[in-house]
Design a protein around this ligand. Structure first.
Ligand code: GTP
Length: 158
């Protein structure tokens, strides 16, 4: 379990256990890999970030993750697995988010990418991501760092 503060000084609690805080979190975030590159999206206000969003009625969190990847990048998910869950305690209350690692096999151009400008492919995440104004605040706390380390070192995945 890790505790730290985010870009806005909200408290974040992150765990790599199996759904430690909620069985039915309302938010999802997906670290996507496409042809040996990271696949992100460019949110119109927040900037570049891995895709994600809210779970809708009548879908599971993992279904929401697959949908959000398609809506925000046009990517079709080949494989996806849960890796972590975190809570952000902000002024307006707490949100709980599942983190997934997904491999993408196709990028299908979309008519709309909703609140984003669509896919962004990068070979590596910049060292200065925390200070880089092109990147979203969601990329600027230690959730990203711990999740990337987990993906790199976890041997159970594909
Ligand atoms: P809607 O207007 O209903 O779409 O929601 P919102 O814009 O208020 O945002 P949401 O409910 O998704 O999140 C509420 C607050 O939680 C945001 O303003 C952020 O401060 C925080 N938050 C949401 N997701 C993340 C995240 O992935 N990381 C961090 N650090 N904070 C987050």
């Amino acid at each position: 379990m890790y505790r730290f503060t985010d870009y806005y000084r909200n408290e974040v609690t992150l765990s790599f256990d199996n759904h430690p805080f909620s069985r039915n979190p309302k938010h999802v975030w997906i670290i996507c890999c496409y042809r040996n590159k990271w696949l992100l999206t460019k949110h119109k206000e927040r900037g570049i970030e891995f895709p994600g969003g809210k779970v809708e009625k009548n879908e599971t969190a993992q279904e929401a993750a697959v949908r959000e990847v398609m809506e925000e990048t046009g990517g079709t998910v080949k494989s996806i697995r849960y890796i972590a869950q975190y809570i952000v305690a902000g002024k307006g209350g707490k949100i709980t988010k599942n983190v997934y690692f997904a491999t993408i096999d196709k990028l299908m151009p979309q008519d709309t990418y909703y609140e984003t400008e669509g896919p962004v492919q990068i070979s590596s995440i910049p060292m200065n991501v925390k200070r880089n104004m092109q990147y979203s605040f969601i990329m600027k706390d230690d959730v990203l760092k711990y999740c990337l380390t987990f993906i790199r070192t976890d041997k159970t995945g594909d």
